[in-house]
Design a protein around this ligand. Structure first.
Ligand code: MTE
Ligand code: HPA
Ligand code: MOS
Length: 765
């Protein structure tokens, strides 16, 4: 069954953030009233991409009035290290710099403007070293961040020998700046007994806590990290928030004063990593019926100067190398290349989009060469239940074909195709293009260990409820979902449940809010905590009412009901309190059934997969190279959505963010490793005018997975990958104008590339 989410009647969905956002009452780190004595930090960073520091003179800056301390790597009491997966990233440079934007010195001053001015008084000299910005070059020189990875299945050699058609080529995808509305930042406050509380704009409170403890040489229990909510993260604050929080905590440690550091946009663009640009090779083999019989891929990930999350991102590229297709013989290799750029990091999709782009290019290449539409090859190769991925997991509850067929039917593809053909025939200098983009995305952290969460629930003696989880709200609506879960468990209204900040003293050892799994993991931990309290309450009700069994007791609409007896929730809670029943509980959840052996690259890493199919239609102005997206129509597998409003927002936002990555977001570096697109004036993200004129999101009502919270499937990252369809729709429109167009597979498809493509000559082959 398909439902139109746009037309969903007013249901019980809520987004508790919306009223606060639209009235400007949402509190971010910079909105916290400053304590008296607060110092402001600024970082002096490297202006060259690779070199030795031959001279560093901080004396003039240190002597400036209002400057309290100038901090160098020598002042760090613990380890000078912020690397998460691999310890290869200093907090402050120690004699060597590896990228432009690398912190060298921290200034602490009584006012932000003073700290900013003092930056100019730092004197530094470098002896430049060779700069590498290209991952293929890094790979050639053996400059890797960690070991290459390899997944394989079947017999690729044999399969290519038997294949009727073989196509090979290169496909590169560009990086992407997160442009979270709230820049990176933190505020550290000294507490009793030398403990430090850090309010951080992070997706990973525990990562922040661990990183600070290591840099200060203290125990984790001396550091409390608190997150109210963050103004977007998109992966950029999964690991990279730790550095700024560590600077603040270090400042507090050294001065015993509160220290605040909120990056301005320019600093943030310059110093923090982005989505990894990739360069890749593909080789695809098809049989006479257009079945893909073999796929080989080599992925050169531009990791930047330190590992950060690159090894994990790299792995997900391999997991998604064959997207929604069944390919029996696969051989994919990935290389985490070390270059002299800021360390690149998580970004919605986490390497998956980069992998999926490559096989879509391979299919497009094959289709073009064989003179068939790409969607014909795509359709013939969609996954079905029990098909095996290269990593050993078999697909269950597969909706690849279902979403595809529904999309074709619902959006009347036959008619659309005819309309586009007629339009292209009738118009010489305006051409339309269509592209299908199916998605299949695995849900779970690929590192099995991370798939666990905890929650703390208090029922106060007046019956009101307070909940804490490890989830961070960053606009994706997880707060609303957590409140819904608790309200549903206790049979209360959502406004009777209050969600506390995410705090490491209440919920410890959290995995970051990432991998789209936050609501699943934390929601299930929350259910566990609520259930524990309900067990105690049921026992009490049984005793109070002299019942034979607890089975018939229900909690509903603020009442406790059993057969014809009922009692108000508040009364029951007061009784429980008076009878000394424990009204608090700590819940825990760890995803069952998942496992993965990294050495052999086989296992069952994902709790489940999310599927969907999108159709893009665009019109290109063949004189100017400009274009419009007429419409994007898609069928998405939500399971049974627990919050349609929030989930629709995730689809729309993710889709448009993915389209931006594929088309207008052009992240450019020069040969010296200098970011050219270093401001929002020369790096453009989609705005409301960019959004397709028509955007249909249809809801595939499936039974969902038991491993999804309330069978409502994870929705945060998957829709980004629909955006890849934008690239091919534009490509196809260009081909409608110039069938011999020579356009390398290289995203983003900027208007310049479209224009060049429109008037390009056939490649010599
Ligand atoms: N939506 C908004 N509005 N802001 C964000 O920063 N991050 C995305 C996605 N949706 C993000 C967002 C990313 S990268 C992930 S992994 C998921 O949300 C994380 O949240 P979830 O696990 O609750 O889906
Ligand atoms: N997704 C997102 N973030 C992560 C993952 C993942 O699979 N693994 C580690 N951090
Ligand atoms: Mo999302 S890239 O897993 O934070």
């Amino acid at each position: 069954m398909v439902k139109n989410l746009n037309k969903t009647k007013k249901d019980k969905s809520l987004n508790i953030d919306s009223p606060l956002h639209v009235t400007g009452r949402t509190k971010y780190v910079d909105d916290i009233p400053e304590l008296s004595g607060t110092l402001f930090a600024k970082v002096f960073y490297s202006s060259i991409a690779h070199g030795k520091i031959t001279r560093l003179d901080i004396s003039k800056a240190a002597a400036m009035e209002g400057v309290v301390k100038v901090v160098t790597c020598e002042d760090i009491p613990g380890e000078n290290q912020v690397g998460g997966i691999i310890a290869d990233e200093p907090l402050l440079a120690d004699g060597l710099v590896d990228f432009i934007g690398q912190p060298i010195v921290m200034i602490l001053a009584t006012e932000e403007i003073i700290a900013r001015k003092a930056l100019k008084l730092i004197e530094v000299k470098f002896k430049p070293l060779k700069v590498i910005v290209d991952p293929r070059e890094a790979h050639k020189k053996g400059s890797l961040l960690s070991d290459p990875r390899h997944f394989q299945m079947g017999d690729i050699k044999k399969a290519f020998k038997k294949a009727k058609y073989i196509f090979e080529g290169e496909a590169d995808s560009g990086g992407q700046e997160h442009v979270y509305l709230e820049p990176q930042g933190a505020y550290a406050i000294p507490k009793n007994n030398d403990c430090i509380q850090v309010i951080s704009s992070t997706q990973g409170p525990t990562a922040v806590q661990r990183t600070i403890a290591r840099a200060l040489g203290v125990s984790m229990n001396e550091i409390e990290v608190d997150v109210n909510r963050i103004g977007g993260g998109f992966g950029g604050k999964e690991d990279q928030a730790s550095m700024w929080a560590t600077f603040c905590a270090l400042g507090t440690y050294l001065t015993k004063k509160p220290v605040k550091y909120i990056l301005d946009r320019h600093e943030d663009l310059q110093m923090t990593g982005k989505r990894h640009p990739y360069r890749s090779d593909y080789k695809i083999g098809l049989d006479k019926d257009l079945k893909i019989v073999a796929f080989e891929g080599n992925y050169f990930q531009n990791g930047g100067a330190a590992a950060d999350l690159s090894p994990a991102v790299l792995e997900r590229t391999l997991f998604h190398a064959t997207n929604s297709y069944y390919v029996p013989n696969v051989d994919v290799n990935a290389y985490p290349c070390r270059t002299n750029l800021h360390p690149h990091t998580a970004f919605r999709g986490f390497g998956g989009p980069q992998g999926m782009f490559v096989i879509e290019c391979a299919i497009h290449h094959a289709a073009r060469a064989l003179g068939v539409p790409a969607n014909k090859i795509q359709e013939k190769n969609l996954l079905i239940n029990n098909n095996e991925f290269s990593y050993g997991q078999k697909v269950q509850d597969c909706e690849a074909k279902n979403t595809w067929n529904q999309a074709k039917k619902k959006f009347d593809f036959a008619k659309l195709k005819k309309e586009v053909a007629a339009y292209n025939k009738a118009n010489k200098y305006s051409k339309k293009g269509i592209a299908f983009m199916p998605i299949c995305f695995g849900i779970s952290f690929t590192n099995t260990m991370m798939n666990n969460a905890r929650a703390l629930v208090h029922v106060y003696s007046d019956g009101s409820v307070g909940i804490s989880t490890g989830a961070v709200e960053m606009g994706q609506g997880v707060s609303s979902k957590m409140i819904q879960v608790a309200a549903l468990c206790f049979g209360l209204k959502t406004d009777e449940v209050r969600l506390e900040t995410t705090n490491t003293t209440r919920v410890a050892n959290t995995s970051p809010t990432a991998a789209s799994a936050t609501a699943d993991l934390n929601g299930k931990a929350l259910q566990d905590a609520c259930d524990q309290i309900l067990v105690r309450l049921r026992k009490l009700v049984k005793k109070e009412w002299g019942l034979k069994s607890k089975d018939q007791i229900h909690f509903q609409d603020g009442w406790v009901i059993c057969n014809r007896k009922k009692m108000k929730w508040n009364e029951l809670i007061l009784t429980a309190f008076q009878q000394r029943v424990n009204l608090s509980a700590k819940g825990h959840y760890s995803t069952p059934k998942i496992h993965f052996d990294k050495k052999i690259g086989k296992g069952h890493p994902f709790a489940y997969h999310v599927f969907g199919t999108s159709i893009f239609t665009c019109t290109v102005d063949c004189i100017r190279g400009t274009y419009d997206f007429d419409k994007v129509q898609l069928i998405h597998d939500f399971g049974t959505s627990m919050n349609k409003l929030v989930d629709l927002g995730q689809i729309e936002g993710g889709l448009v963010q993915g389209m931006g990555w594929m088309t207008i977001e052009n992240l450019l570096y020069d040969e010296e490793g200098r970011l050219k697109s270093n401001s929002l004036a020369n790096y453009k993200i989609p705005d409301i005018h960019y959004v397709p004129k028509k955007l249909d999101v249809e809801y595939l009502d499936t039974k969902g997975s038991d491993l999804a919270i309330l069978k409502s499937k994870a929705v945060g990252e998957p829709p980004l990958m629909y955006g890849i369809g934008a690239y091919f729709a534009l490509y196809n429109a260009v081909l409608a104008y110039n069938k011999d167009a020579n356009i390398p597979y290289e995203s983003p498809m900027t208007t310049e590339k479209i224009l060049m493509g429109l008037y390009s000559k056939k490649a010599n082959s």
